[in-house]
Unconditional design. Structure first.
Length: 117
């Protein structure tokens, strides 16, 4: 009996604004960059923060998300904290940055720079 594989849902959802920002970043990427990488390093008052940086090589356990404007890698050690999250790019008169709706976050610091799971 043949089995059919269904497509695995994306670990992280991106809004059209996030797609556009990744395209913008990749349009200005340094030589050798193959994409941008989302990770959750330990820092801030709540414990984990979101970080987006250029990458020059893919790591074995990174999750790869191909977007219309370039490749987003999600750090393999961070993916469990991010499953089901939505990544957006928001700009207003005072600030611009990626914003995350993360169903795994149980709390955040008052300044919004870090979260806990």
């Amino acid at each position: 009996m043949a089995t059919t594989l269904r497509e695995r849902p994306a670990a992280l959802n991106l809004t059209p604004s996030a797609h556009a920002r990744i395209a913008d970043l990749m349009g200005r990427a340094p030589s050798g960059a193959i994409g941008v990488k989302l990770s959750t390093p330990r820092r801030g008052c709540s414990g984990l923060a979101y970080s987006v940086d250029y990458v020059t090589e893919a790591k074995a356990f990174d999750e790869r998300i191909d977007t219309p404007g370039g490749t987003l890698f999600v750090d393999g050690g961070s993916i469990l904290y991010l499953i089901g999250s939505t990544m957006d790019w928001v700009e207003d008169d005072f600030a611009a940055g990626f914003v995350f709706a993360n169903p795994n976050a149980k709390g955040a610091c008052g300044c919004g720079e870090s979260f806990t799971v």
